[in-house]
Design a protein around this ligand. Structure first.
Ligand code: PLP
Length: 382
C-alpha cells in the first residue's frame, strides 16, 4: 500500500537520518553504552561526555548556558516539572495560563486546581495570541507563576512572550513557556526573552520521541522542586538514569536545527505560499490563527460547508490532523479552536496541515489539488 503524504509534522517529525546514525553509536557493546553516572570507569566517562555535548547543543539553539538544561522524557514532563515544581509546597497561590495551551499544561493546571491552587484561564484573541495587558490584568498579589506557549501547536500562532516576560520579571513572577513547537521553527533566544522555565521536546525537531528538556534559568536563580525523586541526577531536579542515545539524538537534532534554521524557515514559507496558492480557486476557505504572527509550517484551515471528518475521509492520500478528539461516539471539536471563538460548527470544519524538512513542492501541489477536488465534490452533493 502506498503511504499517504505526511502533512502532520506538528504531531511529530521523522528522526533525521543523520540523527539516527549518531544514536546507533550509543547502544551496543561496541558503542558507548555506559551509564553516564558511572564515575569509576571509561564507559561512564564517555557516556557522560556525550550527554554533556548534547546539553551544549540543546543550550546553543536557545542561547542558554548548558547548566540551565535539565533532561526529561519530553515536553509533557518538562511542563509538569515546571508547573508542579514551581508551585510545590506553596499555599494559597495563584497561577495564570490560557485556554489554548497544550494538554500537558492544561491538565497539569487542572490538577493544581484540585490541590488548592487558584488558576486564571485567559481567553486568547481571535488570532490565537495572548496580549501582554491581558496577562497583567489577571495578576494578583498571590500570583507566583504564568504559563503560556510560544507557538500554538494547532494554529502556529506566536505569542509575544518577550514583552510579557519583561513585565513579569519586574514583578518577580515566574514565567514558564512551552516552546515545543517553536524550537527549530523560529529563533528562540533566552537572552532576549525573559522566561524562567522553557519546555522543549526532541521529536518535534527531527529527534527521537521520549526525550525532552526543561530550561531552568540560573540568573536570576530559579528554584523548582523535583517531581521524580531518586539518585539525584540533573542537580536533583530530575532523577533517573540518563538515556544516552536519546539525549545524543536530541542534541544532534538541535544542532542540525540551528544550522538549518534560516534556510528551513524560508523553504517552509515558500511551501506554505504554494499550498495556499494551490487552494486559491476554492471559495470559503479561512485561515485560523494569526495571519502575521505565525510559524510557516503550520496551516489551519476551515472549509465552509464541509465537515472536517468527511474531508479527511476523502483525503485518504494525505496524513493530516483535525484537532478533534474522538471521545467514544461523540467527536468533540478542538478546544483550541473553540478557545479562539470559533463555533462548534466552524471548529468541526477545520483541518491542520503541517509541513517540514522532508516535504517537497510536489507533495504540496498534490495536496492542494486533492483538497480542491474533494472539497468541490463534497460541496456539490450537499
Ligand atoms: C508535542 C507537544 C508537547 C508534548 O511533547 P512530548 O515531548 O510529546 O511530551 C507539549 N507541548 C506542545 C506545544 C507540543 O506541541
Amino acid at each position: 500500500m502506498k503511504k499517504p503524504v505526511y502533512m502532520d509534522y506538528a504531531a511529530t517529525t521523522p528522526v533525521d537520518p543523520a540523527v539516527a546514525n549518531e544514536m546507533m553509536k550509543y547502544l551496543t557493546l561496541d558503542g558507548v553504552f555506559g551509564n553516564p553516572a558511572s564515575r569509576t570507569h571509561a564507559y561512564g566517562w564517555q557516556a557522560e561526555a556525550a550527554v554533556e555535548t548534547a546539553r551544549k547543543q540543546v543550550a546553543e539553539l536557545i542561547h542558554a548556558d548548558p547548566r540551565e538544561i535539565v533532561w526529561t522524557s519530553g515536553a509533557t514532563e518538562s511542563d509538569n516539572l515546571a508547573l508542579k515544581g514551581a508551585v510545590a509546597g506553596r499555599q494559597g497561590v495563584h497561577v495564570v495560563t490560557s485556554r489554548i495551551e497544550h494538554k500537558a499544561v492544561v491538565d497539569t493546571c487542572k490538577w493544581l486546581e484540585g490541590q488548592g491552587v487558584e488558576v486564571t484561564w485567559l481567553n486568547p484573541a481571535a488570532d490565537g495570541t495572548i496580549a501582554c495587558d491581558q496577562v497583567m490584568d489577571a495578576l494578583r498579589d498571590n500570583t507566583v507563576l504564568v504559563s503560556l506557549m510560544l507557538v500554538n501547536n494547532e494554529l502556529g500562532s506566536i505569542t509575544d512572550v518577550a514583552s510579557i516576560g519583561s513585565e513579569l520579571r519586574k514583578r518577580g513572577i515566574l514565567f514558564h513557556v512551552d516552546a515545543a513547537q517553536a524550537a527549530g521553527k523560529m529563533p528562540v533566544d533566552v537572552t532576549s526573552m525573559p522566561v524562567d522555565l522553557l519546555a522543549l521536546s526532541g521529536h518535534k525537531v527531527y529527534g527521537p520521541k521520549g526525550v525532552g528538556a526543561l530550561y531552568v534559568r540560573r540568573s536570576p536563580d530559579v528554584r523548582i522542586e523535583a517531581c521524580i525523586h531518586g539518585g539525584g541526577h540533573e542537580r536533583g531536579m530530575r532523577s533517573g538514569t540518563l538515556p544516552t542515545h536519546q539525549i545524543v539524538g536530541m542534541g544532534q537534532a538541535f544542532a542540525l536545527a540551528r544550522a538549518e534554521l534560516e534556510q528551513e524557515m524560508a523553504k517552509l514559507e515558500a511551501l506554505r505560499e504554494a499550498f495556499l496558492e494551490g487552494l486559491s480557486s476554492l471559495d470559503g476557505v479561512s485561515l485560523n490563527g494569526s495571519v502575521t504572527r505565525r510559524v510557516p509550517g503550520i496551516v489551519n484551515l476551515s472549509f465552509e460547508g464541509v465537515e472536517a471528518e468527511s474531508l479527511m475521509l476523502g483525503l485518504r492520500d494525505l496524513a493530516v490532523s483535525s484537532g478533534s478528539a474522538c471521545a467514544s461516539a461523540t467527536v468533540e471539536p478542538s478546544y483550541v479552536l473553540c478557545g479562539i471563538g470559533l463555533s462548534d460548527e466552524q471548529a468541526h470544519r477545520a483541518l491542520r496541515f503541517s509541513f517540514g524538512r522532508f516535504t517537497t513542492e510536489e507533495e504540496v501541489a498534490f495536496a492542494s489539488s486533492q483538497i480542491v477536488d474533494v472539497v468541490s465534490r463534497l460541496r456539490a452533493v450537499r
